[in-house]
Design a protein around this ligand. Structure first.
Ligand SMILES: [Mn+2]
Length: 243
């Protein structure tokens, strides 16, 4: 199934939001646009699919996760797990080498948002334990409950992508969370149109076999979502710096 032929379920408008990476202000701005879109032209039903990577890099992981949990009171939400989110959940018990990598790729900012100074800790292990104590149980549950993938009509949602040549229902967690080039370079039909984030692009990238919604919000200030309704595909995004 390819873009243009693919259809969302009858009567359901889907909003799929790209990587938020600790940027609460951008998430608030994008949800404002989604709510304006809903008010302007209300569908019978709508669902918001978050494509993962809520933590790291940006300054407000803690506030962003609170905000996302709260959105469940207003919208039908689906939360997918990103590779960064998985590392965040594992950090309290992580081996030193993986822990260093987590801190290097934005984890320092995540810890800071929970009041932990990674550089002041006596060891990586101590930082992990302190973080484990600081992480609210609601946030731990939010990350533990996040899904690896989700399907709606002819669309398949996951954080990073899928491994070509393997059926969608047989995809492995490591590929759904981490895959890049092999997936991005594949030209063939995956069976459903894959809607994903993970690899920042200069625009929402609508290809015949996949849609990349990650516009590198932590770097560009542009957080995007793709709106899928019937066979229509639209894009909503924040205005970016100065907007
Ligand atoms: Mn990612």
């Amino acid at each position: 199934m390819l873009t243009g032929e693919a259809s969302a379920p009858e009567g359901l408008r889907l909003y799929a939001v790209g990587d938020t990476h600790g940027h609460l202000t951008l998430a608030r701005a994008l949800f404002g646009k989604i709510e304006a879109d809903l008010a302007r032209n209300p569908p019978p039903r709508h669902r918001i699919v978050m494509l993962g990577d809520y933590c790291d890099r940006g300054p407000e992981t803690r506030g962003l996760i609170d905000f996302l949990i709260e959105q469940g009171n207003h919208h039908d939400m689906v939360y997918l797990l990103g590779n960064h989110d998985q590392r965040m959940l594992e950090f309290p018990d992580m081996a030193d080498e993986t822990g260093e990598a987590f801190l290097h790729f934005g984890g320092r900012e995540t810890l800071a948002s929970y009041g932990i100074d990674a550089d002041a800790a006596t060891s990586l292990r101590a930082a992990g334990k302190a973080f484990g104590r600081a992480l609210p149980s609601s946030h731990r549950r939010f990350l533990e409950d996040a899904l690896l993938c989700h399907e709606e009509g002819d669309y398949f949602f996951c954080h990073a992508g899928v491994k070509p040549g393997i059926a969608l229902e047989a995809q492995q967690p490591a590929d759904l969370l981490w895959i890049r080039h092999e997936f991005l370079q594949h030209q063939g039909d995956f069976g459903k149109v894959v809607v994903h984030g993970h690899t920042p692009w200069d625009r929402v990238d609508i290809q015949p076999n996949r849609i990349n919604v990650d516009t590198g919000a932590y770097d560009t200030g542009i957080l995007s979502c793709v709106v899928l309704e019937g066979r229509d595909i639209r894009v909503l995004q924040t205005d970016g710096p100065g907007g």
